[in-house]
Structure formats: C-alpha cells, structure tokens
Design a protein around this ligand. Structure first.
Ligand code: BG6
Length: 435
C-alpha cells in the first residue's frame, strides 16, 4: 500500500520575489529614531536581496542640518548597529543612493528645495517620476507636511505623473476621531485613496502575515475557529525596553495610542475576521472593518471591569538599576500616561459572541514576547475519572510572533507505561529551525 503524501507546490513557483520598479523615496524625519532604527536598516536589507530597483534613491529630509556625507555616515552606523559587521563593499552601492535636505517643516521654501532635488535625482537615477513620501516624523507634523506637499510638490504634477506618487503615514493617525478625520481630509485634498498607505509595521512581520495563511490556507482550523470550540483568546505584546529617548512622542501617546489601537487591534482583526474573498487589499480591508465594527464599545461606567492601565516604576533589568517612567528624561510627571494596558474585549457577532479576547501590552515587562494564545474549550466529559483525571487541561494553540517565531499546539497524550497516566505535550514548529 502506498503512503499518502500531500501535494507540495514547488517553492520556486510560489516564493519568487519580484524587485520593485524604479522608485525614489523621500523620507521626512530622516535623522530621527524611526528612520535610524528601522527604516534605513530595513531598506538596506531589501536592497541587498535585490528587491529594490537599481535606480532606487532615498532623499532624507529633516530639521537637523546635515550634509549628504553626514547622512550617509549616520546611515552606515545605523546599518552596522542592526546588521553587525557589514563591510564597506556591501554597503557602498546602497549608501551612494542616499541624499539629504534640511529645513523647517513650516517653511514653504524647504519644499521648493526638496522639489528641485527630487527633479534632479529623478533624472540622475532614471526613476520616471516615481517616488514615495514617507512620514517618519512625530504625528503632530503629519498635517503640516501634507499641506505643504500639496502646493509645492505634489499637486503641480498632473494625471499619470501624479498617480506614480505614494504617501506612507505612520501611526498614530490623529489623536481621536475628530483629529483623525481632519488629518484624513487634509491628506485626501492632494492624494487619492489609492496613493495613501496608512501603515502599521506589525502587519509586516512574517509571523503576523502568517495568521492569514494559517487560518485560510488550511482546512482543519477554520471549522473550530469560533465560539463553539474556543474558550478565550489572549493577545500579548510584552516589551522589556522602556520609553528610551522617545518621551517627547510617547508621553502624548501612551500605550493605547502607541500599541493598542494599531498593533493589537491589527492582530485581533487578523485572528478574528471572517474569511476574505481574495488576497486583495480591499477584500482584506473590508473584512477587518467589519470585525472592528463588531467590537463591543466600552461603557465608561463599567470601564474598570474591562480595562486596566498602569505605569512602570523603577526597578532592575539584568542586575542594573533602571528608572521608572516618571523619572525618564523628557517625561511630564503631571501626565498620567499609561505604559501598560490590559483589556477584556468582546466581539459581538455570530462567530465570537461571548468569547473574551484578553489584550495586553506594556513596556518594561519581564521579557520581550509577542504571542497570540488560543485556548480551546475543555473536553465536555472526562472518561478518565477512575484514573484520577476528572478535568483535562484545554488545548492551547500559540502563534508566537516574536522574538521566538513559531506555532505550538498543546495536547494530552498517554505516557508510556502500564498505568493510565497523561501528560500535556506540545507540537512545535519553529521558523528558525525550518527556514
Ligand atoms: C512601535 C512603538 O510602533 O512598535 C514602539 O511605537 C514599540 O513603542 C514598537 O517599541 C514595537 O515594535 P517592534 O517591531 O520593535 O517589536
């Protein structure tokens, strides 16, 4: 008899990565923390893998006065901090594509200057007027920059030339509903919806993207993915770092705006949404919106039964004394900014009615760990009572997002031997081992 094997689609067919078309990138806030820690090192890695076009260039813009040379030097440092001992030979082709323009975000002449540099770089790198604006600045500047981009850089270009431009906005998108609507209105005055990317970097993580594949590319999970089989779901983003040198931004945001309304709800929607019709942006967006609309709103009178907020105090990390939030540089001790939040959320729809979702995130917690734990219901009846097993632990499926990346499923199994004895075992899949 032949063993049954699943059909495996050859990797080279499904995994081929396609390089981006010629493109420039104009990064506002290029001398800041986000650009330094995340953007530039990531762009370098993409470039190394041949996924940026040969014509790629990056024009960094910021208030800090830097020459192209200074900017390149700080980019080399940022890349080395992230990627280790990267030699000059690997870095050079990327670094030579970096440029810098400094100025005041409120000053129209800054944008005139950027405009002329973009025109020059577009010619030099043959990017055919294709470029992306990336707002890596503190949120209060989004509106200012977009308002200036319109008349000075963007709206002068017409038709196809205009359509080649994209705008990327980081979070938090506004402070509340009203300010989010105002910002949207400003942006939509000069960009079409198809040009605007309101991004959440968490959704770019492999393990977060894999939630879609796990749920919708396998037939065995979806039938049990509902209130009949699932007892509760916990989504945790624990960070061991504190606010670091970002108090200026964080103090006005807090964990709710910094992590909860974006990363946590992003993961919640992927875990809980209905199957999208196709793997198209709009189709996935529609299902997420539907899910977010079904989240039960918090009643201010009973808020404390559903949500707690906290702030980290002084303590020790790896034997070293570290400051509490209020002692961190730049923190306003009068503000009660939360660095921790935990909430019990209900999704009031057919699939999830009555299933609690426990969401929590915080800084300066015991370790860095992001995971989604799905706890199934216990078996309805134990037939092993005579063996002293009246209650059976529930199966738990854990999607480990970071720093461990993987999936594990706990289940009960008989321990070998003459007695009826059981243990909870785990089936583990680890990205590190497999890929
Ligand atoms: C950012 C938050 O969006 O996400 C930071 O502003 C947080 O406060 C960071 O530290 C966590 O993301 P990652 O990918 O570094 O774990």
């Amino acid at each position: 008899m032949q063993k049954i094997r699943p059909t495996v689609i050859p990797e080279e067919i499904i995994c081929a990565e396609i390089p981006a078309p010629p493109n420039g990138m104009i990064v506002f806030g290029a001398s800041g923390d986000l650009a330094r820690r995340k953007l530039i090192p990531s762009l370098f890695r993409i470039f190394e893998r041949g996924l940026l076009s040969e014509s790629f260039y990056l024009l960094g813009c910021g208030r800090k006065k830097l020459s192209d040379k200074d900017f390149r030097q700080s980019a080399i440092q940022a890349i080395r901090e992230k990627s280790g001992d990267t030699g000059a030979k690997e870095l050079e082709p990327f670094i030579n594509r970096l440029y810098y323009a400094s100025g005041d975000y409120n000053d129209p002449s800054f944008y005139e200057h950027i405009d002329s540099r973009v025109a020059e770089l577009d010619q030099k790198h043959e990017t055919q007027n294709r470029y992306v604006f990336y707002l890596a600045v503190p949120p209060f500047l989004y509106g200012t920059i977009v308002e200036q981009l319109g008349p000075h850089l963007h709206c002068r270009r017409r038709g196809d030339l205009r359509q080649r431009v994209r705008l990327i906005v980081e979070k938090p998108f506004g402070r509340d509903l009203q300010s989010a609507v105002e910002l949207n209105t400003k942006i939509q005055k000069c960009f079409d919806e198809s040009q605007i990317y309101r991004i959440d970097h968490y959704l770019g993580k492999e393990t977060v993207q894999n939630i879609l594949m796990f749920r919708f590319a396998n037939a065995i999970f979806e039938p049990v993915w509902n209130r009949n089989f699932i007892d509760h779901i916990q989504i945790t983003i624990a960070e061991s770092i504190g606010v670091e040198h970002r108090a200026g931004y964080y103090d006005k945001a807090g964990a709710l705006r910094d992590m909860f309304q974006n990363h946590m709800l992003g993961m919640l929607s992927l875990v809980a949404m209905e199957p999208p019709v196709s793997f198209e942006a709009d189709s996935i967006r529609d299902e997420k919106v539907k899910l977010l609309r079904s989240i039960r709103t918090f009643d201010p009178d009973s808020l404390s039964s559903f949500m707690v907020r906290g702030q980290y105090g002084p303590g020790t990390v790896n034997g070293e004394q570290v400051a509490g939030y209020r002692q961190e540089e730049g923190v306003d001790a009068e503000l009660r900014t939360e660095t921790f939040v935990a909430a019990k959320v209900f999704v009031d729809n057919w699939r999830w009615k009555g299933v609690p979702f426990y969401l929590r995130t915080g800084k300066r917690l015991a370790c860095k760990d992001t995971e989604i734990a799905i706890t199934f219901k216990q078996v309805p009846h134990s037939m092993f009572v005579s063996a002293g097993l009246a209650e059976m632990p529930a199966n738990v499926l854990v999607l480990q997002i970071q720093p461990e990346e993987g999936i594990s499923l706990s289940f009960q199994a008989k321990r070998p031997g003459s007695k009826v004895c059981m243990s909870t075992l785990r089936m583990d899949f680890s990205y590190r081992e497999v890929f």
